[in-house]
Design a protein around this ligand. Structure first.
Ligand SMILES: C[S@@+](CC[C@H](N)C(=O)[O-])C[C@H]1O[C@@H](n2cnc3c(N)ncnc32)[C@H](O)[C@@H]1O
Length: 179
């Protein structure tokens, strides 16, 4: 039987990320990318002339992602293994879209560290760039207010089927633009 991960990667992920707003030739940062369930479809959409920066502090999940990228012959994914530091090794105003899915909840981040990483994401995003945020394990309204307090402008809520922890789920994400 087809697993949720297979179904996600085969049929659902690309339409989901196109709906988010990812387009060919863009530069994408997938912060806390995990095994690449969003990185790989983003790389398919941006194509050879785009780039996806897959950043995570876990070498194990990044190895899984590398395997997936290899199977699909995707050469436009750049792996960024970090120590968990809150400095993103990318230039100011250098990415069109940042995916921040299921990362900054209390399992990994304190309130102060959340603020630091959101400011850092703002630094690397181009003006008018998109931050797509999945507030998994977080209060939806409080998260929205936090991002707005940093200076992100909410441009919409998106209800969708998405992949969370190897399972498909109906949930909401929030999309913001960086000013
Ligand atoms: C629950 S997983 C989500 C993975 C992926 N975004 C998804 O939605 O499928 C959270 C990921 O964030 C990574 N992470 C947590 N804190 C981090 C930090 N400070 N820097 C880089 N990665 C981090 C973890 O290693 C883990 O792979």
């Amino acid at each position: 039987m087809e697993s949720d991960v297979d179904r996600w990667l085969k049929d659902l992920a690309v339409p989901f990320l196109k709906r988010v707003g990812i387009q060919p030739k863009q530069r994408i940062l997938d912060f806390g990318c995990g095994p690449g369930f969003y990185t790989v479809p983003a790389a398919r959409i941006v194509g050879k002339r785009g780039r996806v920066f897959a950043l995570d502090k876990s070498a194990k999940v990044l190895r899984e992602l590398e395997q997936r990228a290899k199977i699909e012959s995707l050469s436009n994914i750049e792996i960024l293994l970090t120590s968990g530091q809150l400095v993103i090794p990318l230039d100011d105003d250098s990415v069109n879209v940042c995916l921040l899915y299921d990362v900054i909840h209390s399992h990994y981040f304190t309130h102060q560290r959340r603020i630091t990483i959101l400011r850092e994401i703002q630094r690397v995003l181009k003006s008018g760039g998109l931050l797509s945020f999945y507030p998994s394990h977080m209060n939806f309204d409080t998260s929205k207010e936090l991002l707005e307090s940093i200076g992100f402008e909410c441009i919409g809520t998106m209800q969708a089927t998405l992949l969370h922890y190897y399972s498909l789920k109906e949930d909401r994400i929030l999309n913001f633009v960086s000013s």
